[in-house]
Design a protein around this ligand. Structure first.
Ligand code: ADP
Ligand code: MG
Length: 283
C-alpha cells in the first residue's frame, strides 16, 4: 500500500524552548488507513499534525507527505488534504454556510456550476443541506463542526486530518461523526489521521493507533485489538482504559477464559459463550 505520510524523529522547539521530540518510532500512514493518535494533553498530538500540514517546520528530523516536505511545498499537496483543526470557530470564515463551504473550490478556480455541484454533494453527504443559507455565526457548536468538516471534505480529499474532532460533541453527535467518517473512508478510499484523548474511539474507527507519551515520544503503534492487550502503554501514556477493557481485565484476573473484546458486540458474544458454558437450563 502506498505510503502517504512519514514523520521521522522530528524535534520541535517552541519559542519558549518547550521541546517536543516526535521520536521512538516513525509515524507512518498508508493510503486508505484510518490512524488515531492518542496521548495525554500536551504530549504533542497537535504539534505532529501541524508538521504534516506544513504549519510548523523543524531543522531536525524529516516529514514527508505525498512525497513532499510540507513545510516548503504544501501548495503542491494542499488539494489532496482536508483539515479540521481544534478551534473550529477560527476556521469558518465566510458569513453563510454555503459561502464558507464554497471557499476552497472557488479558490482553486472551479467554474461556478462545478462549485455548486460539489457543495450540494457534500452538504447532502453530511446531512446539513437544510442550513446552507444560515449565518454561520448563529449555528450551534455541533453544526459549526459539521460546516468546518464540509469545507474540509468538499474537494473529496485523499487525506483528512482532524485535531480532537469529538471535543464538545454530545454522545449522539459523536457516534454520528464516527459513522460518517467510516462511510466516507470506505466510499472514497480516503485516509484519516485523527488526534484524540477519547480512547473509546479507537475500536470504532482505527486501523492503527499511535500512542504518544510526554514530550512527544511515540511509545507504540498497534492495531486496536493488540493495543488492548498491552495495557502497560495506557499507564505510560497516562490514559484510562476503555471501561469495557477494564471490566474484561478484571474478569481475566479472576480466571475467566476471555479475550480482550474489540467492541461491545464482541464482549456480548464472549459473555454469551461463557454463560452457555455455565449451562443453567431455563426453567
Ligand atoms: P497536544 O495536542 O497533545 O495536547 P501540543 O502539541 O499542543 O499537545 O503541545 C505539546 C507541547 O508543546 C506542550 O507541552 C505544549 O505546552 C507545548 N506547546 C504547544 N504549542 C506551543 C507554543 N506555541 N509555544 C510554546 N509551547 C507550546
Ligand atoms: Mg492538541
Amino acid at each position: 500500500m502506498e505510503e502517504i505520510v512519514r514523520i521521522s524523529c522530528v524535534k520541535h522547539v517552541y519559542p519558549d524552548s518547550t521541546e517536543v521530540h516526535l521520536c521512538g518510532l516513525d509515524f507512518v500512514v498508508r493510503k486508505g488507513e484510518r490512524v488515531v493518535i492518542i496521548g495525554p494533553n500536551g504530549s504533542g498530538k497537535s504539534t505532529l499534525l501541524y508538521h504534516i500540514l506544513g504549519l510548523l517546520s523543524s531543522n531536525e528530523g524529516s516529514v514527508r507527505v505525498f512525497g513532499q516536505d510540507p513545510a516548503h511545498d504544501y501548495d503542491r499537496i494542499r488539494e489532496k488534504i482536508g483539515v479540521v483543526l481544534q478551534n473550529v470557530e477560527e476556521q469558518i470564515i465566510a458569513p453563510t454556510v454555503e459561502e464558507d463551504v464554497s471557499f476552497s473550490p472557488r479558490n482553486y478556480g472551479y467554474p461556478e456550476h462545478g462549485v455548486k455541484d460539489l457543495v450540494d454533494d457534500v452538504l447532502r453527504e453530511l446531512g446539513i443541506s437544510h442550513i446552507r443559507h444560515k449565518i454561520c455565526h448563529y449555528l450551534s457548536g455541533g453544526e459549526k463542526r459539521k460546516v468546518a468538516l464540509a469545507g474540509a471534505l468538499v474537494l473529496k480529499p485523499e487525506l483528512l486530518i482532524l485535531d480532537e474532532p469529538f471535543e464538545g460533541l454530545d454522545p449522539m453527535s459523536r457516534r454520528e461523526l464516527v459513522s460518517l467518517l467510516n462511510r466516507l473512508c470506505e466510499k472514497w478510499g480516503m485516509s484519516v489521521i485523527m488526534s484524540t484523548h477519547d480512547i473509546n474511539v479507537i475500536s470504532q474507527m482505527a486501523d492503527y493507533v499511535y500512542v504518544l507519551g510526554q514530550g512527544g515520544e511515540i511509545l507504540v503503534m498497534d492495531t486496536p485489538a493488540d493495543l488492548f492487550t498491552r495495557t502497560e502503554y495506557y499507564r505510560q501514556a497516562r490514559l484510562d482504559f476503555p471501561i469495557l477493557i477494564e471490566l474484561f481485565r478484571l474478569l481475566k484476573e479472576k480466571g475467566l477464559a476471555i479475550d480482550m473484546p474489540l467492541d461491545v458486540k464482541d464482549a456480548a458474544e464472549q459473555i454469551e459463550r461463557l454463560a452457555g458454558m455455565v449451562g443453567h437450563p431455563h426453567p
